[in-house]
Design a protein around this ligand. Sequence first.
Ligand code: AR6
Length: 170
Amino acid sequence: MNKIKLVKGDITELAVDAIVNAANAHLQMGGGVAGAILRKGGQSIQDECDKIGFTAVGQTAITGGGNLKAKYVIHAVGPRMGEGDEDNKLFNATLNSLKIAQKQGLNSIAFPAISTGIFGYPLDKCAKIMIKTAKEFLAKNSIPKEVIFCLYDDTAYRLFKLAVREANVK
Ligand code: AR6
């Protein structure tokens, strides 16, 4: 059965088919998750991003995983707080990551809490939207089999745990 799992820690350490990068529309890997991916995965990931160029907010692009344990990186462009229509854009960024994983036949995908760092989106709302989106996708689709949410600190972990409970995910 396909399922949702929560872990605490550094997403760049996960040996999954794909980790999701909290990207910007120009696919320039800056700080936060993107910076950690670039440091550990290497320049080849940024080079692939440069070839792709622009990706609109709510959309995704996929590259190899470079030196990471993950085979691929899915670059999901989340909203910047204040730009408008943030909830819907975060929903789309999550949904399109799942869709691209499905299209590539990837069994396991790990998400960070998209937009909740440098982009300033509130963690509690992020948890609700991302968990609900994943739950609904998994109910209708058999791939990916496992969706992991990798949370960086205790607060994020607690809020995602709460969202899972509220969404009644087993
Ligand atoms: N593993 C898991 N989660 C992490 C890690 C990590 N190694 N590092 C940070 N987080 P952010 P955004 C958490 O800022 O808000 C970059 O410059 C962090 O605590 O990575 O979408 C990009 O290039 C937070 O909860 O992403 C973009 O320009 C969450 O991951 C921009 O930042 C997301 O924080 C994207 O900003």
